[in-house]
Design a protein around this ligand. Structure first.
Ligand code: ATP
Length: 221
């Protein structure tokens, strides 16, 4: 199967980071920005780089942007440009359109005009940092919906040497341990009798407020 081809529009900090990372992962990446200087700066880190104003439908057509499997719109501050670009890309029939939103309202508009996925990098990163600050044990935090999340945490001291039944995460915190990572080994449907060892990582799913209680309790262990 041919490798996916990506176009990334907007070479700000976020867009250039996405474009560079995808290229490093071995994908073909076209970087687009209306600022010629930004294009020169990114040119040697991506497969192709072109300067164009993406609110100009003819320019997008000429680039052949609809032939890309995924287009990421990473225009932030200029909300009008972000919305117009998204609208045009949707009209051109881009298969998958991922757009960065500046705020909730911007994100709502993007969803309504056909963005397949709206992302909030600053908000999500802020959330992760906040969870890490609550407890240094928290390694990652992923929102599944407004109400539910998955948290990845280092096994707290009070869990070490005990099994899931003894910890009673389900009854005490109404959360579920989805997996236990021990080094390279991943136990993806742990049994109640499985013992948690030092350095293990727990992957837990639950309601946000239940996870918050668990995080605080486990932070103090
Ligand atoms: P970051 O926080 O990721 O640095 P940002 O959210 O502040 O970025 P901007 O800097 O406003 O976003 O925009 C990112 C890039 O998008 C800029 O390099 C800008 O030149 C480019 N851009 C803005 N409007 C357009 C447009 N109409 N066509 C092409 N590129 C555009």
């Amino acid at each position: 199967m041919a490798k996916k081809q990506f176009a990334v529009i907007g070479m700000g900090r976020f867009g250039s980071s996405v474009a560079g990372a995808l290229t490093n992962l071995g994908f073909e990446v076209l970087a687009i920005d209306r600022d010629e200087q930004k294009i020169q700066d990114i040119a040697d880190q991506v497969t192709h780089a072109v300067s164009a104003d993406t609110t100009d439908e003819d320019a997008l057509r000429a680039i052949g942007v609809r032939n890309f499997d995924v287009v990421v719109v990473a225009i932030g501050a200029d909300i009008q440009a972000s919305i117009l670009t998204t609208l045009i890309l949707k009209d051109l029939g881009v298969p998958r359109l991922i757009v960065k939103a500046q705020n909730e309202l911007h994100g709502k508009v993007l969803g309504k005009i056909g963005a397949d996925k709206v992302i909030y990098p600053e908000r999500d990163m802020g959330l992760r940092v906040a969870h890490h600050l609550i407890s240094p044990n928290i390694l990652d935090y992923i929102e599944l919906s407004d109400a539910y999340s998955i948290v990845e945490m280092k096994a707290p001291s009070q869990a070490i040497g005990r099994n899931l039944k003894q910890l009673d995460v389900r009854a005490k915190y109404k959360c579920n341990v989805l997996a236990i990572k021990s080094g390279e080994h991943m136990n993806i449907s742990p049994y109640a009798e499985d013992i948690i060892r030092e350095q293990d990582i727990l992957v837990i799913v639950g309601k946000n407020e239940d996870l918050a209680l668990l995080e605080i309790e486990f932070a103090e262990g």
